[in-house]
Design a binder for this molecule. Sequence first.
Ligand SMILES: Cc1cc2nc3c(=O)[nH]c(=O)nc-3n(C[C@H](O)[C@H](O)[C@H](O)COP(=O)(O)OP(=O)(O)OC[C@H]3O[C@@H](n4cnc5c(N)ncnc54)[C@H](O)[C@@H]3O)c2cc1C
Length: 289
Amino acid sequence: MIFIRRLPQFDYVAPRTLWEASSVLAERKSEAVLMAGGTDLLPKMKKREATPRYLVSLKNVPGLAYIKEDKGALKIGPMATIHDVESSPVIAGKYAILRDTSLVFASAQIRNLATVTGNLCNAAPSADMASPLIALGATLSLSGPQGGRTIPLEKFFTGPFTNSLGEGELVAEIQAPQPQPHTGGVYIKHSIRNAMDHAIVGVAVVLTLDGSDVCKDVRIALGACAPTPVRAAEAEKALKGNKLTKAAIDKAAKAAVSAAQPRSDPEYKREMVQVLTARALNQAWQIAR
Ligand SMILES: Cc1cc2nc3c(=O)[nH]c(=O)nc-3n(C[C@H](O)[C@H](O)[C@H](O)COP(=O)(O)OP(=O)(O)OC[C@H]3O[C@@H](n4cnc5c(N)ncnc54)[C@H](O)[C@@H]3O)c2cc1C
């Protein structure tokens, strides 16, 4: 067996603005691919799963690695890395679910390069940042030759490793609304070697109490158990407006299984969805109190 480890030949394009990057993508069509940290793209190129003629890097576009709060919303720039999430004081407060996720994401070396946006755009069903951001109610600002548009993150994924970006379109920003008071967020990644492995199942819960133990709002997202990350709508419905009890949580966790459509190990994954959803709901409830 021959292992090909060298990168195929390509032209490196280093635009200075997002608009320029988008123009090159639109002009060169399927010959050009955008690169952020390269941790998904470069291994694919080494394996010849991607052989772009033009590699359009965002590295020389200034000011894209920000994480900030603005007008009551979290804003993450397209070059903000997983390490930036891990070390951001903005994230550590109200968006701690994202910090907890960054800590179970790959190794320190990968976290220094890998961007949150790249993780979403690669669209792996197991992408660790996808479920917590869906649970937070995130949206993406896209920009392209036809102008800009906004899309809820849960509608962005179209299948395994595919997304709804059009020709020349790129993700310009991730946004998430500021959580209400009495909100708790939890992401549980079930994997063999913790952070060094992709999730076998990932469950994210963002739960808001009304000041007592009544569930005012809840969003539950599952990773790695369907062709795309998915909301567990039936489970959410079972909890919203109701008093949280162990029985109510167990019932909701059972309902979460209906959102899972695992291709591999279906019985095991369904069982893990139920177990981990109950665990994540219980933890989020304690944080929200
Ligand atoms: C050893 C190793 C361990 C890993 N562990 C994990 C893990 O634990 N959890 C996990 O979820 N992932 C993991 N990954 C996968 C990878 O690191 C992440 O998906 C990473 O976040 C991708 O970001 P990037 O900046 O490197 O993306 P890139 O490789 O640069 O790009 C990925 C894709 O996104 C597109 N893209 C990037 N930015 C934009 C943009 N602004 N607009 C439009 N398209 C864009 C690119 O064109 C490309 O198709 C691991 C990878 C490796 C090599």
